[in-house]
Design a protein around this ligand. Structure first.
Ligand code: TYM
Length: 335
């Protein structure tokens, strides 16, 4: 059985990187797999979240998934905190994963920064919760952007150690699915940093809720270099900002970078940026219109999440039951 699990944090500022690196790929995979897509609110609170804002962002992320084309009837869309299996299995994985494994996680090092002593314990144990998200459903494939690769390697290590420790072949070894021309969309201001929800500069990212004028302004102001567009991919050597804009164009137009360059090679960036901005607006605006409609009708989104959570519980319940059995926890047979 092949089952997809993936998630997005409701931490505000859902951006083009989240769309091109993850959500758009989910839409494409839903014809071939059974899918579970999650708004990971338990992950969000590893850093402080304002409660009304968290509620709004949870609905916004769910709305973005549906507006982008995820079918919540055929597949499961829900928010993590409604299904207790995530927190339960995460505790068990806290006892399987080793301190050393988590200490090597680059995302923890980046997010905790110099102030490690003051980071929440949840931020440190974050990848264990991520492994629990996937394995509570015996998920086999996980479509994500490049930045989540290390966390998925850890999920594989956890599954393997659990299976070895208890002498079982219980958890699958998850496969990352990292595809497309935009697996790592970079900041529009600095081609060496990824586009991120937490970047203080609004000009670093295109938000899913930005209107056409904002998108055009951000692309116009995006950092580039004085050179024209090269004729082939190799011409982007040492030009990370230029390469990033090209990767965004290729991903949005669903072409390879080489195909796009066969049209635009030799052009000035000012011309190319105009094309990019038209393409971004044309691609995003139908999704944004639908997002706005869904956000204005929160009852529908809340119903989708409630229904999704119920179906998610039905899948995870027998799996958690088996985990308890394997570990040796006493339980009533129908719990
Ligand atoms: P999050 O919320 O940071 O990002 C959601 C998805 O967007 C991708 N992404 C990007 N892709 C390309 N370029 C970028 N600049 C960019 N920024 C973000 C991420 O790779 C991700 O796929 N820990 C995860 C959420 C999570 C999860 C899971 C994912 C929790 N449990 C289980 C998969 C399976 C996160 O913080 O994603």
């Amino acid at each position: 059985m092949q089952r997809i699990f993936s998630g997005v944090q409701p931490t505000g500022n859902l951006h083009l990187g989240n769309y091109l690196g993850a959500i758009r790929n989910w839409v494409r995979l839903q014809d071939d797999y059974e899918c579970i897509f999650c708004v990971v609110d338990l992950h969000a609170i590893t850093a402080w979240q304002d409660p009304p804002q968290l509620r709004a962002s949870t609905r916004e992320v769910a709305a973005a998934m549906i507006a982008a084309g995820v079918d919540p009837k055929k597949h499961i869309v829900f928010n993590q905190s409604q299904v207790s299996a995530h927190a339960e299995l995460a505790w068990i994985f806290n006892c399987v994963a080793r301190m050393g494994w988590l200490s090597r996680m680059t995302q923890f090092k980046e997010k905790a920064g110099k102030n490690r002593e003051n980071a929440s314990v949840g931020l440190f144990a974050y990848p264990n919760l991520m492994a629990a998200d996937i394995l509570a459903y015996k998920g086999t494939h996980v479509p994500v952007g490049e930045d989540q690769k290390q966390h998925l390697e850890l999920a594989r290590d956890i599954a393997q150690k659990f299976n070895n420790d208890f002498g079982v072949d219980f958890f699958p070894i998850v496969e990352p699915v990292i595809t497309g021309e935009a697996t790592r969309v970079m900041s529009l201001r600095d081609g060496s940093n990824k586009m991120s929800k937490s970047d203080p500069s609004e000009y670093s990212r295109i938000n899913m809720v930005d209107d056409a004028d904002e998108i055009a302004r951000k692309i116009r102001k995006a950092k580039t270099d004085p050179e024209a567009l090269p004729d082939s991919k190799e011409g982007f050597e040492g030009r990370p900002e230029a390469a990033n804009l090209m990767a965004i164009y290729a991903a949005l137009s669903d072409e390879s970078v080489d195909d796009v360059l066969s049209r635009f090679g030799g052009e000035q960036f000012s011309t190319f940026k105009q094309h990019l901005s038209d393409l971004a607006v044309a691609t995003l605006s139908p999704i944004q219109d639908e997002m706005r409609r869904l956000i204005a009708a929160p009852d529908y989104v809340d119903d989708v999440l409630r229904d999704g959570a119920e179906r998610a519980r039905a899948i995870s319940r027998p799996i958690i039951h088996d985990v308890h059995e394997i570990i040796g926890f006493l339980q009533s047979p129908n719990a």
